[in-house]
Design a protein around this ligand. Structure first.
Ligand code: GLP
Length: 240
């Protein structure tokens, strides 16, 4: 069996169990003094947020920094990632400060450098990640520079397609996003990446056991010293 690099891989029965396992990682981080939480959107983190909301953890002295946002959607747009975070976590568990890239700012140079400054001022203790079917993390599509900081991304057809389920149709999915870079993500002290389902199995195997390559942005997590991976059996099914 091939060595699973440095990653701590946990296999759970389903999303509910994954929510509990993910919650445990958050609780431990907070007990160890984490002050800045890097958060993610998508369907994968939802059960973790449910556990956080149901818990007695208090975020009112903490800061959150989100990975990404669609360009052109303001914070109150129902499909914006800002809105998603309010619905799934912030309304129930407010943080002292919550940052999400400003999708309403169409000046990409200003929006991205402002966000890099926020990350520099608030170094991330624990970064939560989902995984794209093509191996993307945040909105860092295949080919992204591993040292990238926050940048404007042109979404791939596969990502637009995957995210169309949240919109009335694929034409309404924004074509651009602001995303923390791979370099920004790798600066987090600890990383938790979660994936469920057969559709993620190839990306999971490439992330953990494949070469470290720009073709699979998540493969750069092999170079980070403190990564926990939570998978269900379907997502783990292509691992050796
Ligand atoms: C989007 C997000 C990612 C997320 C991915 C997977 O592209 N930008 O942060 O990880 O989708 O989403 P899901 O968890 O719904 O499968």
């Amino acid at each position: 069996m091939k060595q699973l690099t440095n990653m701590n891989v946990q296999i759970v029965s389903d999303k509910q169990a994954g929510g509990k396992a993910g919650f445990q990682v958050f609780e431990n981080a907070l007990q160890n003094g984490a002050k800045v939480l890097g958060l993610a959107t998508g369907s994968t983190p939802v059960t973790i947020y449910e556990q956080l909301v149901a818990s007695d953890l208090d975020f009112s002295q903490l800061t959150s920094v989100n990975l990404d946002e669609y360009v052109g959607l303001s914070a109150d747009h129902p499909q914006s990632y800002h809105y998603f975070m309010q619905q799934h976590l912030f309304n129930a568990k407010p943080f002292a400060h919550s940052y999400v890239p400003d999708g309403a700012n169409l000046d990409a140079a200003a929006a991205t450098s402002e966000y890099d400054q926020i990350i520099a001022d608030n170094p991330i203790d624990l970064q939560l990640l989902g995984l794209g079917k093509n191996g993307h993390i945040g909105f860092n599509e295949p080919g992204t520079d591993p040292e990238s900081t926050t940048h404007k991304v042109t979404l791939t057809a596969s990502t637009i397609d995957a995210n169309a389920r949240f919109f009335d149709n694929a034409d309404e999915v924004p074509r651009y996003a602001y995303s923390m870079g791979i370099g920004s993500i790798l600066k987090a002290k600890q990383i938790l990446i979660v994936a469920y389902g057969e559709a993620k199995a190839a990306a999971v195997a490439a992330m953990i056991q494949g070469p470290v390559t720009p073709d699979v942005p998540a493969s750069y997590l092999q170079t980070h010293p403190n990564v926990t991976v939570i998978l269900d059996e379907a997502a783990a099914s292509q691992l050796d």
